[in-house]
Write a protein that binds this ligand. Structure first.
Ligand code: FAD
Ligand code: DLZ
Ligand code: SF4
Length: 509
């Protein structure tokens, strides 16, 4: 009796636990392009194209390797439109009575599989360094969860950047050496680009036809759609960008969208690249003297530190985590998150434009521009969460939700962030060139043309005084606020209120 082996669109690895468990001679691999998955949020068309093209090529590679694959294309007649429906259809077709799956990266799909009318065995997803049990045992009994301590354990366990039990270079974290403002010139031409082949072209046409009317450009499409290409993109990054990754990690430039970032998250998240393989490639560059320790440590920390930590938080806190709203923010997401021409704030407009065209923004753009603005403006975190889950090619709930709900919006009340990531326009002015071309003036704190981030920053601090004034990392800012003349404080709050009212009316703010 054959079993069905489910492979989801973000599980495209021959090392997948469900495939490792399967018997090539008798089991049937089920892969399904389905309406439910392509529409549970309005995904960016580049994200849909990446997943569908990558699924088709992965299925072809499995077949070439001798597997039987039951593959449903989105337009197939008889496609039931859901993962559960396709499993049932294939079970009947093949007389299968059991499904073997690798645990999906989203509670929604985990419960779909749990509720199936035929037995589904969900195996652990072993594409991560830390299992759920490992993260839970680390978190157990800790008053606060700090990524840095978890990261050190991951360094010890993987041996990455370790020398005789000590951290390479004499310290765990070289962040102090990073965070340079934007450089004058970038000597990296961006991530490796791939010309669409016949399979990709077919998918692009399908996506244009079915999903062409929403937010996002499907063309030009240059993502890797098979593991071999993703590996070449990794080699390209390590050779040409990694050495300067650390220095300019936090910088933002209008005409250099990728700076020295790797643009590898989309490939790691769908299974093309293993996190450890990526880290070892970076470590090798350091060992052979091709990249400095601050760059390599910073990069490795993002992957075995932040990435693993975020997954741990998502699964530790359960399905309700995405509905947290500790600061009780209720405002609707402004329209300019979907149309950059609807705002005069150049930083927000440039990040939304880049997101629309590339389905990519780097960490600081996500955190300190669109995330910062949403938090300062008091946008409902559920709406912010849905936006981020939709618009980025690397967005899956296990990684997106803790970054948005926890790190960016402080909506979990500080499960792992020691303070909210808020800043006035000064930070954006220091780290980018956005302010040079803005209708607002970052130097103006009030009055005509004052940068909205400046106004909203103080309004946020004032609104949440009770919660944050005793936070040692924020007392200095409250002292600054208190030192301002009362009429100045009143002006700031009144102008912030007027700005938010105008924004909520739909004015072009
Ligand atoms: P690089 O800057 O080159 O970093 C290297 C790798 O480190 C990335 O490829 C990624 O795998 C990992 N990484 C770095 N930071 C994080 C982090 N905070 N959490 C998890 N992994 C990290 N990342 C996603 O993969 N999917 C998301 O949906 C997502 N949503 C985010 C939303 C917000 C509000 C914020 C602030 C961050 C989000 N991130 C998300 C994390 C981070 O911004 C992206 O991983 C990164 O920008 C991807 O680009 P890159 O590959 O060029 O990264
Ligand atoms: C994101 C996505 C999309 C757009 N389409 C599909 C699909 O058609 N078939 C599929 O198996 N997976 C798809 N995915 C990825 C799933 O949504 C993802 O596996 C879950 O969100 C869990 O991370
Ligand atoms: Fe953004 Fe303010 Fe700078 Fe304009 S002035 S780009 S709104 S930070």
């Amino acid at each position: 009796m054959s079993r069905l082996i489910l492979v989801l669109g973000d599980q495209l690895s021959p090392e997948l636990s469900a495939l490792k468990e399967a018997d090539k001679t008798s089991d049937v691999v089920v892969m399904a392009e389905v309406a439910d998955e392509t529409t549970y949020v309005p995904h960016h068309p580049k994200k849909i194209a990446l997943i569908l093209a990558a699924m088709r090529k992965f299925a072809a590679a499995l077949r070439a390797d001798g597997w039987t694959v039951a593959y449903s294309e989105l337009d197939d007649r008889g496609n039931s439109g859901s993962i559960a429906g396709e499993l049932l259809r294939r079970a009947e077709e093949h007389g299968a009575r059991e499904v073997v799956a690798t645990e999906p990266g989203e509670w929604r799909l985990i419960s779909v599989l749990e509720d199936m009318p035929l037995p589904v065995r969900q195996l652990p997803d072993t594409r991560f360094v830390a299992s759920h049990a490992r993260f839970e045992s680390w978190a157990e009994g800790r008053k606060s969860l700090r990524m840095e301590y978890f990261y050190r354990e991951m360094r010890r366990e993987t041996g990455l950047l370790m020398e005789e039990g000590e951290p390479a270079g004499g310290k765990w974290n070289f962040d102090h050496d990073n965070r340079e403002p934007a450089p004058e010139e970038i000597d990296f031409g961006g991530p490796m680009r791939f010309t669409p082949d016949e399979t990709v072209e077919e998918v692009l046409e399908l996506v244009e036809r079915r999903f062409g009317n929403g937010f996002g450009e499907v063309r030009p499409f240059w993502f890797a759609t098979e593991a071999g290409q993703a590996r070449r993109a990794l080699t390209h990054f390590v050779k040409h960008a990694l050495p300067r990754f650390g220095d300019y990690q936090d910088a933002m430039l209008d005409d250099a969208r990728f700076l020295y970032h790797s643009v590898l998250s989309l490939y790691i998240n769908i299974g093309f690249l293993e996190p450890l393989e990526v880290c070892r490639a970076a470590e090798d560059a350091w060992r052979s003297g091709d990249a400095p320790i601050n760059a390599v440590e910073g990069f490795v920390r993002q992957i075995i530190g932040w990435r693993e930590f975020m997954r741990g938080i998502y699964f530790l806190h359960g399905p309700d985590y995405v509905r947290r709203n500790a600061l009780n923010h209720q405002r609707k997401l402004p329209w300019f998150y979907w149309d950059e021409t609807a705002t005069r704030m150049n930083c927000v407009a440039r990040v939304v434009e880049q997101t629309r065209e590339e389905a990519y923004a780097h960490h600081i753009q996500r955190l300190m521009v669109t995330g910062n603005f949403a938090l300062l403006a008091g946008i409902d975190p559920a709406e912010v969460h849905e936006w981020y889950l939709s618009v980025y090619a690397d967005a899956y709930e296990w990684v997106e939700a803790p970054n948005v709900i926890g790190m960016s919006q402080f909506a979990d009340g500080g499960v792992f962030a020691s303070k909210p990531y808020v800043s006035s326009g000064n930070y954006i002015a220091k780290m980018s060139d956005y302010c040079d071309h803005c209708a607002y003036s970052v130097k103006r704190k009030t009055g005509e043309g004052a940068c909205p981030f400046n106004l909203l920053y103080w309004a946020f601090m004032d609104r949440h005084r009770e919660r944050f004034e005793k936070n040692p990392r924020m007392t200095q800012m409250y002292a600054t606020w208190d030192r301002m003349a009362e009429d100045r404080r009143e002006t700031i709050l009144a102008e912030a209120g007027q700005f938010l009212d105008a924004m909520s009316r739909g004015d072009r703010v």
